[in-house]
Design a protein around this ligand. Structure first.
Ligand code: HEM
Length: 504
C-alpha cells in the first residue's frame, strides 16, 4: 500500500511538473516574441470566464481596445493556443490579398474520414479549396441570383404571415426563431431543392438539426473553441464537429434528392442541379471552365451542408439584429418605410430583383446592422511560413493562427465616429465615396464569403417585407444598448430578440 501511495505521489508530482512546464511555455509565447498581450491565467489563457459570465466578443473587444495602439499585431491566448490578432487595416489587406499565398488557409478542423461533411469550402486548404472555390463561384452569378431571388421573395410572404399570426393581439414574438425558419426555408430550397416550409410548421426535423448546430442543444462554446485551437489533436481524439445524427440526416436528405432528380431527369435551374452537373460533368451548363474534374458525391454533400451551415444562421442573425435596431430607432424605421412606399408605389408594394438594388436606404440600414453586429465576428487565417510584418519589427510564426477581429474593427474609434450609435447615414453613398471604409462583414480577399450576394439578398428581402407590413417595437424587457448573452453559442442579446409586430 505504502509503495502504491508513493507511486501515486510520484505520479502526481510528475504530472504537476509537466503541466507547470507546459503552461509556462505556452503562456510565455507572446512575451518571448515581443507581442503586446494581456496576462493569461492557467488553464484558460485569456478565455477565463468566457461562456460563463463574459461573452467571447466582449473579451476580444476588451483586449483589442487595450492593445490596439501598441502594435499592428497583438496576442490572445485562445485557451493555451496563441492567436495573433490583427489591429491594423493595412496589414489586413496584406494578409488577405497581397500576401494571400502565405495565408490561404484557416487551419480549422477537418476530418473527412470520420465526418465527410467537414470536407467543405470553409475548411479545406490549398489546391482542394482552390478547385472547389473555382467550381462553386459560378453558382452565384447575377443570372443565378435572380433565380434565387424569386424563391426568397415567395418565401417572404410566409415570413410576413408568421409574424402576423404570432404577433396578434400585441403578443411579443421571439424574432430570431421566426427569422431562422425563413432562412432555413430559403437555404434548404436553394441548396438542396427541398420545400422545407418550416414557416408553416412543416419539417420540424430540419429545425431540430438547426437547433442542434446553433442552439443550446448543441455542444458548448468552449468545445468549439477547443476544436478551433487544436484541430489536429481533435482529429486524433476522433472528436466530431457535428454529431453523427446531423451528418446522417444531411447525407440522407441531400443524397436522396440528388438520386430522385437524376432518375427523373429533372433539369431545374437551381443550385442542386448545378452541383449535380459538377458531379456528373465537371462543369455547369453555360459556364466556360478549363477545369473539368468532377466533384464526388461526398464533395457535393459537404458543399450543400456548408451552404446550410454558413448561410442560414448568418442571415437570420442579421435580420434579427436589423429588426431590433429598427425597433429601438423609430426614426430610422419610419425613413426606411417611407423609401419602401415611395419606390414601390407603382408596383403595389412588390419588390423585384432590380428594384431591390435601387433601395439605397435599405442598403444603408443593412450595412449599418452588419457593422454593429457582423454575423461572423472574426475571420481566421493560418501562416504557412514565418512572416515579417511590413514596417514593424514583428514576425508572425509559421503555423500560427491569426484572427481578423471584424467586430472590433467595426467599433474602432480610430475609424468610426461614435461607433456605438446605430446610424445608417454613415453608409450614405456620398459619404462612402469620400473614404476607404474599415468594414469587413464578409471578410476580404480571395477567401472572402462566397455567398455574400445571396446573404445580402436574404437579409434585405426579409427586413423590407417586415417593415412594409408592420410597425416593429421592442418588448419592454429588452435592454438597449444590447448586451450579448455570454452562454449562447449563437450571437444574441440576453433575453434573445423579443419584439412586437403591429400590422400597418
Ligand atoms: C449575412 C450573411 C452572411 C455573412 C455576414 C457572412 C460572412 C462570412 C464571413 C465573414 C466569412 C469569412 C470570410 C473570410 O475569412 O475572409 C464567410 C465565409 C463563407 N461564407 Fe458567408 N456570410 C453570410 C452568408 C453566407 C451565405 C448565404 C452562404 C452560402 C449559401 C455563405 C457561405 C460561406 C462560405 C462557403 C464561406 C467560406 C468561403 C471560402 O473559404 O472560400 N455565407 N462568410
Amino acid at each position: 500500500m505504502a509503495f502504491l501511495s508513493n507511486f501515486s505521489l510520484l505520479n502526481f508530482y510528475f504530472i504537476a511538473a509537466e503541466s507547470t512546464y507546459f503552461f509556462k511555455r505556452q503562456f510565455s509565447f507572446f512575451g518571448r516574441h515581443n507581442i503586446p498581450h494581456l496576462k493569461p491565467s492557467i488553464p484558460f489563457g485569456n478565455m477565463k470566464d468566457v461562456a460563463r459570465t463574459v461573452h467571447m466578443l466582449d473579451r476580444l473587444q476588451e483586449i483589442f481596445d487595450k492593445l490596439k495602439n501598441k502594435g499592428h499585431v497583438v496576442g490572445f491566448y485562445n485557451l493555451t493556443d496563441p492567436v495573433y490578432i490583427i489591429t491594423d487595416v493595412e496589414l489586413i489587406k496584406y494578409i488577405t490579398i497581397k500576401d494571400f499565398n502565405n495565408f490561404t488557409n484557416r487551419g480549422v478542423f477537418v476530418n473527412e474520414e470520420d465526418e465527410p461533411l467537414t470536407g467543405h469550402l470553409f475548411a479545406l486548404e490549398d489546391e482542394r479549396w482552390h478547385f472547389l472555390r473555382n467550381k462553386l463561384s459560378p453558382v452565384f452569378t447575377s443570372g443565378k441570383l435572380k433565380h434565387m431571388f424569386l424563391t426568397i421573395n415567395n418565401l417572404s410572404k410566409n415570413l410576413v404571415d408568421r409574424f402576423e399570426r404570432m404577433g396578434k393581439n400585441g403578443e411579443t414574438v421571439e424574432t430570431k426563431g421566426v427569422a431562422n425558419r425563413f432562412t432555413v426555408d430559403i437555404i434548404s430550397n436553394v441548396a438542396f431543392g427541398m420545400d422545407a416550409n418550416t414557416l408553416n410548421d412543416q419539417h420540424q426535423d430540419l429545425l431540430d438539426i438547426f437547433k442542434e448546430i446553433f442552439g443550446a442543444e448543441g455542444p458548448s462554446l468552449l468545445y468549439f473553441f477547443f476544436l478551433f485551437a487544436f484541430p489536429n489533436l481533435s482529429k486524433k481524439l476522433h472528436l466530431r464537429q457535428f454529431s453523427k445524427k446531423i451528418c446522417d440526416f444531411f447525407m440522407e436528405v441531400v443524397a436522396t434528392n440528388i438520386r430522385n432528380r437524376e432518375q427523373r431527369n429533372d433539369n431545374r435551374n437551381d443550385f442542386l442541379n448545378m452541383m449535380i452537373q459538377l458531379k456528373n460533368k465537371g462543369s455547369i451548363d453555360g459556364e466556360i471552365s478549363s477545369e473539368t474534374k468532377k466533384l464526388t458525391l461526398n464533395e457535393v454533400l459537404a458543399q450543400a451542408f456548408v451552404f446550410f451551415f454558413a448561410g442560414s444562421d448568418t442571415s437570420s442573425t442579421a435580420i434579427s439584429f436589423a429588426l431590433t435596431e429598427l425597433a429601438f430607432n423609430q426614426d430610422v424605421q419610419d425613413k426606411l418605410r417611407a423609401e419602401l412606399s415611395e419606390k414601390t408605389k407603382d408596383t403595389n408594394g412588390d419588390i423585384s430583383y432590380d428594384l431591390l438594388h435601387e433601395l439605397t436606404y435599405l442598403n444603408q440600414v443593412v450595412n449599418e446592422t452588419l457593422r454593429m453586429h457582423p454575423s461572423v465576428p472574426f475571420a481566421i487565417r493560418k501562416a504557412k511560413e514565418d512572416y515579417k510584418v511590413p514596417e514593424q519589427n514583428v514576425i508572425i510564426k509559421k503555423n500560427a493562427t491569426l484572427w481578423i477581429p471584424i467586430q472590433c474593427l467595426h467599433y474602432d474609434d480610430r475609424n468610426w465616429e461614435n461607433p456605438y450609435k446605430f446610424d445608417p447615414d454613415r453608409f450614405n453613398p456620398e459619404e462612402v465615396a469620400k473614404k476607404t471604409l474599415c468594414y469587413f462583414p464578409f471578410g476580404e480577399g480571395p477567401r472572402n464569403c462566397i455567398g455574400m450576394r445571396l446573404g445580402l439578398m436574404n437579409v434585405k428581402v426579409g427586413v423590407a417585407k417586415v417593415i412594409q407590413n408592420f410597425k416593429v417595437t421592442p418588448d419592454p424587457k429588452l435592454k438597449y444598448p444590447l448586451e450579448l448573452d455570454p452562454k449562447s453559442t449563437s450571437i444574441e442579446p440576453i433575453g434573445k430578440f423579443p419584439l412586437k409586430f403591429e400590422r400597418i
